[in-house]
Design a protein around this ligand. Structure first.
Ligand SMILES: [Zn+2]
Length: 491
């Protein structure tokens, strides 16, 4: 397939084109009959301010609406839980009792992540490559013993994409070893490195960038509506050593043309965690400054939290922010990889998934869902939750969505589960990564023990025929054990 087939038609990409990740939150109501999400009710529509925040219209931004909860159009979501069913129905006290909010003690390892072969292979290749290109003079594996895995020099525990000279903020770029801002960011960058190079997703990146392997996705009427042909790819398994190296090299190459900037998105781009812009040779990833303030600049992540007993713990919230930031960074790197080779072509679909968004798709495949704050608080003062991507809400005229949730035949039952804090903490331990070595991708899937099912009321889009794509026709695919209030409790 030649890239030339990916005609953009008359519309160029714009910020509006990325609206499909908007998550429709359930209606705020204090009655028991509050389970309905009516996506057509404009008072519930979650919108982003399209008129502000675009510095340069010639760029198109990949934006992250659902890496946080979107800006709310009306003042109806003034409650602290912002209508999130998990927080509203289950409540902080119960969530905390079950291990979803505060950790009594936080146990992480400073140099987590390289006890086994999987991560080491990529990191060792990278270390050798960096010697080859003269970026560093030697490789030291600390504590290498016969019959045991070596521990890679700490310099190589952070991928060059994330290294200090790719940051533009003074305190991150200029600081030396004693500088605490960059040092405090290191666990996030190390986690990001492990996520980026993990064996489970290398075949995703390989085929995502191998456009000759992409296949046309055809559904009646879709190409007409989108005014272009659409293409899908599938994750490769069992890559050869040489094919892995192609991915590793692409990642190293990207590190030479990418930089990280920060922006306080409090008023403009309120709904973004981050966005990526630029094209081949000049890729900029803009992060919400507040995330970095909470992680490495002594700002309290719970400063805006409500008063409750026992109250949100700073260190636990900060750990959620750290996890979220690492995930956000890799999400954006997926967009950056695509842009650096194929901008301005549209991102491909994953197989025949309803929406095309390489960052969220990466999250869905790795974590078996999208993990984020259920409220718009940037300090993550309450919980993290996981839900399926793509979510039911979307804009009809989006050029990156194939069809409506209803036409797709997706279930009307929408589930959101709380993510255990032990899951978040484990990511920062050697033990977790040793388990990933042993058992693979399933270690990245949070247990779904406590959640809420909501009912989605979805409609066909205007021009759609009332025939669903699949056989499910909106019925829940399997029983989830929810009670009459929609609460799923498997504890
Ligand atoms: Zn994205």
């Amino acid at each position: 397939m030649s890239i030339g087939k990916r005609d953009l038609g008359d519309d160029n990409l714009s910020l509006d084109d990325t609206d499909m990740e908007i998550l429709a939150l359930p209606e705020e109501a204090d009655t028991d009959d509050d389970d309905k999400m009516n996506l057509d009710d404009s008072s519930l529509t979650l919108v982003v301010d399209h008129d502000s925040g675009i510095d340069d219209e010639s760029y198109s931004d990949d934006t992250d609406f659902n890496r946080s909860s979107p800006t709310l159009k009306t003042g109806s979501y003034t409650k602290w839980h912002e209508g999130d069913p998990l927080l509203r129905k289950i409540g902080l006290e119960k969530l905390n009792d079950r291990g979803y909010v505060n950790l009594e003690a936080i146990c992480t390892d400073r140099t987590f992540g390289y006890p086994g072969d999987r991560a080491l292979n990529a990191a060792r290749w990278r270390a050798k490559y960096e010697v080859q290109i003269g970026l560093c003079s030697q490789i030291i594996e600390e504590g290498k013993k016969k019959g045991k895995y070596g521990k890679l020099d700490k310099f190589h525990r952070i991928h060059p994409i994330f290294r200090q000279d790719n940051w533009t903020s003074d305190d991150l770029l200029m600081g030396d070893e004693s500088n605490c801002s960059f040092n405090k960011l290191k666990p996030v960058l190390q986690l990001a490195t492990l996520l980026l190079e993990d064996e489970t997703m290398v075949g995703y990146i390989f085929n995502m960038l191998d456009v000759d392997s992409h296949k046309e996705v055809t559904f009646a009427g879709v190409e007409n509506r989108l005014r272009r042909n659409v293409y899908g790819f599938q994750q490769r398994h069992n890559l050869s050593g040489a094919e892995r190296q192609i991915v590793w090299k692409d990642l190293c190459e990207l590190s030479k043309t990418l930089w990280w900037t920060e922006k306080d998105m409090t008023f403009e781009k309120e709904s973004f965690h981050a966005y990526t812009r630029g094209e081949q040779g000049t890729i900029e990833i803009v992060l919400d400054k507040r995330h970095l303030d909470y992680v490495c600049r002594e700002v309290s992540p719970t400063e805006d939290a409500i008063d409750w007993k026992p109250g949100s713990d700073d260190d636990s919230a900060r750990l959620r922010v750290m996890f979220n930031l690492a995930t956000t960074m890799i999400h954006e790197v997926m967009h950056a990889l695509w842009r650096n080779k194929y901008y301005p072509d549209y991102e491909p679909f994953y197989m025949d998934t309803r929406a095309a968004e390489l960052g969220f798709q990466w999250e869905q495949l790795l974590y078996s869902g999208q993990i984020d704050n259920p409220t718009s608080d940037r300090g993550s003062p309450y919980i993290l939750s996981i839900s399926k991507w793509p979510s039911p809400g979307e804009k009809e005229d989006s050029p990156t969505i194939l069809m409506s949730h209803k036409k797709w035949g997706s279930s009307n039952a929408y589930q959101e589960f709380a993510v255990e804090m032990s899951f978040v903490q484990n990511m920062f331990t050697d033990e977790f990564w040793a388990e990933v070595d042993r058992y693979g991708i399933s270690k990245f899937w949070p247990r779904r023990m406590l959640g809420v099912r909501s009912t989605v009321v979805s409609e066909y889009w205007e021009a759609e025929s009332p025939i669903v794509r699949g056989p499910t026709d909106g019925r829940p695919s399997s029983p989830d054990g929810a009670d009459s209030k929609g609460i799923i409790d498997r504890h």
